[in-house]
Design a protein around this ligand. Sequence first.
Ligand code: ATP
Length: 306
Amino acid sequence: VIQICLPLNALGFVYREAKDALVNAEKLFQLLREKPEIDDPPGRPALHATHGEVTFENVNFGYEATRPILHNVNFRVPAGGTVAVVGGSGSGKSTLARLLLRFYDVGSGRVLIDGQDIRSVSAKSLREAIGVVPQDTLLFNDTIAYNIGYGRNGATMEQIIAAAKAAHVHHFIDSLPQKYETPVGERGVKLSGGEKQRIAIARAILKNPPILIFDEATSALDTQSERAIQAELDQLAHNRTTLVIAHRLSTVVGAHEILVMERGRIVERGTHSQLLAHGGIYARLWQLQERTEATAQPDGTVQLMK
Ligand code: ATP
C-alpha cells in the first residue's frame, strides 16, 4: 500500500480541510443576518410564489463595481425541480444563493420567481417563500422547541414535534432530560453537526416554503450521517424548487440540471449522465471522487491504494 497525499483543495471542490469547512459553515447563515444592500421601500407588493419556478436571466454581478463576480449566468429551476451548483472555492456558488435571497441586487439581468422580478416585490415576502438549510446551523441560545418553531410564527408544539419527526430528530430530542425544552446554542447542550442540520431541516419543514436553498455540508458530517441526512433532504426537496450548493458529487446525481461553475461562469451544464458523457471537468471530478471517496481523510488529503 502506497499512500499518496493529494491536496484536493487545489483540484477543486471534492473535499476540503476541516478548518475551511468551519469557516464556510457559517457563511450562508451569516448572510441571513447581513444587512441587505438593497432598496426595499414599503408598499411593494408581496411575491406570489404560486409554483416556485426560479429563473436567472443574463445575470451579471459584482460585490464591488470594479470586480465582476458573475458573468452572464442563465439557468432555470423548474417548479418542484432541483438544480445543483458545483464548482471550486470562490467560483460564485453562494453568490447565486445571496442574489436569490436578494441580499444584493444583480448588476444587470434579472432574477425571477414565477415570472416576477424579485426586485419588484417586498423582500420580506421573498424570504418567506425561501427556506435555507445551511451547512452548519448556528442555533439560537434558546430551547430546541424555539429553534425549530422559529421556522413558522405561532407554530404549535404539535407542529414542532411533527416537523422533528419528519426530520428524524424527534427520538434524539425525546431522549434528552428536558426534551424539547432543552437549551441549545453556546450555553446549552452540545449537538453534533448532523443533529444541528436535522434541526435546520425540521425548521424548514415547518416553514414549508415553495423554494429551498440547501448549502451542502462539507466535512462537518461523517459519511454515514451524511447519507442519512441526504434521505431527509430528498424528502424535503420533493416537489419543492431546490437550489443545492453541492460539495459532494454523489449528492447531485439526481438533480434535474447540474451547473458547473468556474470563476463566475457556468462552464458546463446538464444532467449527471450528460456531463459524464461530455467527458469534461465534471466527468474528471467524478472519476476522481469515485476513486477516492472511500479513503478521503478529514484533513483533505486522500489515500490512494495501489
Ligand atoms: P465556496 O465554495 O468557497 O463557498 P463559492 O463558490 O460559494 O465558494 P462565493 O462565496 O460565491 O464563492 O464567492 C465568489 C467570489 O465573490 C469570491 O471571489 C469571493 O471572494 C467574492 N465575495 C464573496 N462575498 C463577498 C463580499 N461580501 N464582498 C466582496 N467579495 C465577496
